[in-house]
Write a protein that binds this ligand. Sequence first.
Ligand SMILES: [Zn+2]
Length: 360
Amino acid sequence: MTHTADPAPSPEIHKSSLTDGPSEPRAPGSSALKRAFQCLALVGLLLPLLTSCKVSSHPVAPSPMGQVVSSDELVARLGEPGPVTVETVVAAEWMVDRAGLINLDHDEAKAHGLTSGDEPIHIAMHVLRHPTRGVYLVDTGVERAFRTDKGNALIRGFVGSAMNVDAMKVHVDTASYLAAHRIEPRGVLLTHLHVDHLTGMRDIPNQVPVYLGPGETEARGFMNLFVQGITDEALEGKGPLLELQYARDPAGRFAGVIDLFGDSSVFALWVPGHTAGSTAYLARTPDGPVLMVGDACHTAWGWEHDVEPGTFSNDPDESVVSLRRLRQLVAAHPHINVRLGHQTLPPQAHARASQTPKQP
Ligand SMILES: [Zn+2]
């Protein structure tokens, strides 16, 4: 689940008219017991419906882009300057619950006294400029409506309140950024399909293809009752979501690796856990490699202390593995510049993380 607040309260089924009659004597507490069983039966009937809702009903298709490679090929090129530039645009500041961003049950989090509460974060997009393939966006920033027409913004109303959208302060919207820089994107590379990564999607022309990891629309859950409509609205009018066709990384560093342009300039790394298809992107620039991890790690504290994301993630165990894999890559190649999902890593943190001992 993405950065949403607690689910809506359950319907007040305890106050239904299914109460017992007044005449028959019964053991104390039996009516309460009966109501409890009725509630359970109702929940049992509704639960499959409530949890069977997908993230999105938007169509998907296999991505024709890129070729599967071993992470050995990526590692072999890390020392060489590359042709792509990366600009990280911080579109907005926001505030969400730390418990979603960091696993507060982790011993390290407990040792540091981390507790639930507001954590300042940002929403970003990364602008990748390739000398011959054009401009690609990693994630989407924030649409203009969040600045100028909040009543019609992608996240609004009840869901907007639940997601604390009033706390969002927009610095630059995607439409304005693209116009000011005369950018016509050739593609959007999503790190994953959560709504806080789609907030700028409606500012991007519909003909621009959207790529992402596998299985992103398929996750089931109660909150998708609210999220699916927003996700579908963000994608309305666009072509099918193009799923990257990963295969197992023979070198075992990641779940899968794809050389997106076939020239070793930009790699997609499959890092499942936060979501099934979560993808990090590594771009080789003239100044060295830049690694955009998406929400495999939201926060600087999580990266520095090797603590995986919290309740926002689908699969906590996979989240641990994927974060460890990304940190191991950076530990072995400390010149990699890391861009986190929702915070900026201080320069000294790169050095500290690179001193992390390698794990088996
Ligand atoms: Zn996010």
